[in-house]
Design a protein around this ligand. Structure first.
Ligand SMILES: Cc1ncc(C[n+]2csc(CCOP(=O)(O)OP(=O)(O)O)c2C)c(N)n1
Ligand code: SF4
Length: 286
């Protein structure tokens, strides 16, 4: 990777997503956000799970890891903890992030890991050919529910707000410019920033482009993102589906908390104003 390069498109690898897939719009929006921020490619990492959405990490000219199903968040937490200087993006589908990987979400939120997490929600398991997912609405026909899904869909934004993720937003592949602006803000946010992205799957459609377009509406102009109760009320609306930044609050990140711990542990072992080295502290326990 050239240090002078600020082109994030990976030209050698072309996306294999179906023509018309909403994921192309998400990729374009991420490229735009990185172009806006001018983050050095060698200072950026994208970690993805498994699914059509999981292929995302192959398509950007940055460091990448295509992980295992549902485990993108813990992998990214490790990357960010080892290399706090990196800008780390995490990408998962609705199945990856809210089904098999759903147990990782509250913990990333309560740790406030400084990550930007993009949940690419197409309401289905795209890669495995259209089974019901945690966000498939009740009654929808899918490969695993030929008489209609008998379950309610998870309400993604209210869940994220209940977990007190420090940045919660929604965007859609219908509005790429708006999505790019929100991703830019999410990357700038110091802490766990989650963007719920509505992105239709055209091959196993549950979420149709036209219906989605009709239901979307920007958040009211007077919405204050510091007000979690107001954010929750707007997040519970199914029609319209609001887009924008619902909630944003600053609190110490995991890295800052670990730095504080590190300093107080070193102070405990200091004597005469001298801070011992870590190996000399370790020796006391041998
Ligand atoms: C442990 C494990 N279980 C199941 C699978 C099979 N599998 C691969 S992708 C996928 C679902 C993908 O759906 P989603 O996360 O919504 O992503 P999409 O393909 O729609 O982008 C499943 C069940 C797997 N790869 N690993
Ligand atoms: S199956 Fe659906 S989600 Fe997967 S690439 Fe095709 S359109 Fe996109």
């Amino acid at each position: 990777m050239s240090t002078a390069s600020r082109n994030y498109k990976r030209k050698q690898i072309r996306p294999v997503w179906c023509s018309g897939c909403g994921n192309y719009g998400v990729l374009r929006a991420v490229e735009k956000a990185l172009e806006e921020l001018q983050v050095a490619p060698q200072q950026t990492a994208v970690i993805s799970g498994i699914g059509c959405s999981g292929r995302f990490s192959h398509y950007l000219n940055v460091y990448a890891l295509h992980g295992t199903h549902g485990r993108a968040l813990p992998i990214a937490t490790g990357v960010k903890t080892a290399r706090p200087d990196l800008t780390v993006l995490v990408v998962g589908g609705d199945g990856d992030s809210l089904g098999i990987g759903g147990g990782h979400l509250p913990h990333a939120a309560r740790k406030n890991v400084d990550l930007t997490f993009l949940i690419l929600d197409n309401n289905t398991y795209g890669l495995t050919k259209g089974q019901s997912s945690p966000t498939t609405p009740w009654g929808c026909l899918t490969k695993t529910a030929p008489y209609g899904s008998p379950e309610d869909a998870l309400e993604v934004l209210p869940i994220l707000l209940a977990y007190d993720a420090s940045f919660v937003a929604r965007a859609s592949s219908v509005q790429i410019e708006q999505m790019a602006r929100i991703i830019t803000e999410a990357i700038r946010h110091p802490g766990f920033a989650v963007l719920h992205i509505l992105t239709p799957c055209v091959t196993y459609p549950v979420l149709a482009w036209r219906q989605l377009r009709e239901r979307l509406r920007p958040l009211p102009e007077d919405h204050r993102p510091g007000d979690r109760a107001a954010a929750l009320q707007l997040a519970c609306s199914r029609d319209p589906l609001y887009t924008g930044i619902f909630y944003r609050v600053e609190k110490p990140t995991l890295d800052e908390r670990l730095q504080q711990l590190h300093q107080s542990a070193l102070r405990r072992y200091s004597s005469n104003g001298k801070t011992p080295s870590i190996p000399s502290i370790m020796e006391r326990y041998l």
